[in-house]
Design a binder for this molecule. Sequence first.
Ligand code: MG
Length: 387
Amino acid sequence: MDGPALTPIVVLGATGSIGRQTLEVADRLDRAVLGLASGSLSNEIVDLAHRYPGARVAVARLPDRPIDTTLERRIEFGPDAVAALARLPEATVVNGIVGAAGLEPSLAALESGNRLALANKESLLVGGPLVLSALESGGGELLPVDSEHSAIWQCIEGESDEEIRRVILTASGGPFHAHPEIDLERVSVADALAHPTWDMGERISIDSATLMNKAFEVIEAHFLFTLGYDQIDVVIHPGSFVHSFVEFVDGVVKAEMGSPDMRKPIQRALTWPGRMAAPTVPIDLMEIALTFSAPDRERFPALDLGYEAGRRGGNGPAVLNAADEVAVEAFLDRRIRFTEIVEVVAGTLDAVPPAPISTLADALAADAEGRAAATEAVALAESLRYR
Ligand code: MG
């Protein structure tokens, strides 16, 4: 059997949750690792430099201490060094960076004609139109590494976009949706971080608890699959066994299912169009509960904010994302309450006037504007509390 074209791998955000799982998959598949990047100089990235002696290693932020060891001297510093890894010829670039810093490397990978396995949501939220034009001009491949979008992508392979009636994204609901008795004003950081089904980073765990993550995924689906917002629905499915549905114009519905494990969408993007064996836990259909319910849009207003920001277009998604990043950080620092995360985001969307995103500068400006307005909104929320 002929395998798929196994290009070497560049892992951006190598020390994060997606990065670590990507390296696990890459090692198991015996794929060469060509490049590794992280946001800051840490023991983890130095360890990775040691483990992958053939890889180029880049760190986005300049070190705040002198670099001394031989391993550290191998590291290139600055955002340009990270983007350079994304441009390495004939690479599969896995972008697991958290935050708007992921946009430029995504554009670099696509402009260079590389395969981009995209786990960085901000690339599409902050610069969706730019990502699509880089894809078109560079001739690269854009493959989603998010369980829902990977599911949709696998369901529509061989189908045509015009024949999709709608997609239905599944949401686990996070730790609170199934518990209407919980007072969301009083939940702690630890409560919100306790995700029932997926093992993820901190920001995305909080975003799952507010349903903001699903709001982001609605916008991602709009860009990835050229769908109108009225073609994207969300259903709560606590077990996370069905990763999403696609309904076609003839009423046929396809779903992609399996145990929740991010290594599967990662591997799908690394081996596509072929498949390779993986030691994943098979689902036992006799044991799992396939239950679905409507999202509680009043208790979790983030979902409709996402549709609103998406329909607004232009800088809407970028502002939504920037405001959420600031608000989640403030919640994790215990400066605002859980319910204030969405209040800060809504206030920020009202405060920042609509603007188009035509260039990278527009995207970065929208991100900066959203962050500034959200920082003010957080300060206001804090000052009201302590008065
Ligand atoms: Mg997801």
